[in-house]
Design a protein around this ligand. Structure first.
Ligand code: SF4
Ligand code: MG
Length: 323
């Protein structure tokens, strides 16, 4: 499939006390049409800011896209006007977040909120908008949709609110949906249902999905491809099976070791000794070196490039350098 999103050499700085700190550094990633790609990393790895950059929502100031390109269907979004970005958002690309309560407006009914996003995209009357809203709710598996459209967000459970958000985000049939930790706030059974819903959207409507998560278990179940981020960089990228079975970066290997078994508590947090360096603090060498048991002098001195380690599989680690 042709690429729908191509990020290349992206650098994003945030200024703190007049000093620019790089939070995303030399980021490359590709998502193809209809692909379901997982972006994995600890909090602070740059996953969320990457997705905000794609949506044109990096808070600026203090954020700034310093260099690089974000090509969406060939168009470089780093050069797009705010007007153009508004057109793309909600038409061609949309986003759902961890806590749907914060994205839904508490004082409007579900029907009003879906109806509004429908009417932004299509010239339809109130009655037709209502019919389409019911249809959209049915599509995301909401029972008794005719009643739900008259209800307010607080009357729904967390899982139902997330379904409503997915309905709103996909009502215009976007070609790219970004889901930032969409199931983190939900209990395990509901998580599984929401993930199933995302999968069927991907399979049936062909929507490419960029799924941001800290949970490799979720990635294993759902994704075609994985991108592992660490301290603002991609450290490993490839086909989900090849990464899960043969990780080629010590960080990915450590993440995999910290994934609990299927029936264990899925909410357990990743724990690798040490902590991720703050933006701007590693000025040379591999950013994982302070936590890596394989680190050598070379690792501390020279930034590893992304080495090809298989078919469409790359790793930013000196261990993969051809001897
Ligand atoms: Fe560890 Fe060196 Fe590889 Fe970095 S480059 S992950 S420090 S072995
Ligand atoms: Mg985040």
């Amino acid at each position: 499939n042709p690429p729908i999103l191509e990020v290349s050499r992206l650098r994003i700085d945030f200024s703190a006390n007049q000093r620019p700190l790089s939070v995303i550094d030399d980021l490359d990633l590709t998502i193809r049409e209809g692909e379901l790609v997982g972006i994995v990393g600890e909090s602070g790895s740059g996953k969320s800011i990457t997705s905000l950059a794609v949506m044109g929502l990096v808070p600026s100031p203090p954020g700034k896209i310093e260099s690089g390109e974000i090509r969406f269907k060939g168009e470089d979004l780093t050069k797009a006007t705010p007007k153009r970005m508004r057109q793309l958002r909600g038409n061609e690309m949309s986003m759902i977040f961890q806590e749907p309560m914060t994205s839904l407006n508490p004082v409007f009914t579900i029907g009003d909120q879906i109806g509004e996003s429908i009417r932004i995209h299509a010239r339809v009357g109130k009655k037709e908008a209502k019919r389409l809203a019911v249809e959209a709710l049915n599509r995301v598996g909401i029972p008794r949709a005719e009643e739900v459209i008259r209800e307010y967000p607080h009357q729904l459970s967390g899982g139902m609110r997330q379904r409503v958000m997915i309905a709103i985000a996909t009502v215009c049939n976007p070609s790219l949906l970004i889901a930032d930790e969409p199931t983190t706030a939900l209990d395990v059974t509901i998580q599984a249902q929401i993930l199933d819903l995302l999968r069927s959207l991907n399979r049936e409507a062909g929507t490419a999905i960029m799924l941001i998560t800290h949970d490799l278990g979720v990635v294993a179940e759902l994704c075609d491809k994985v991108i592992v981020m660490y301290a603002g960089q991609v450290v490993e990228e490839g086909d989900v099976r090849s990464i899960l079975m043969h990780p080629k970066h010590p960080y990915t290997a450590a993440l995999l070791e910290s994934v609990p078994g299927r029936d264990a508590d899925r909410e357990r947090l990743i724990s690798i000794p040490g902590s991720m360096p703050a933006p701007g603090t590693v000025t040379q060498g591999c950013r994982f070196a302070s936590r890596c048991s394989y680190a050598t002098g070379k690792c501390r001195e020279r930034v590893p490039p992304l080495f090809e380690v298989g078919n469409d599989h790359v790793s930013r680690c000196w261990l993969n350098e051809a001897k």
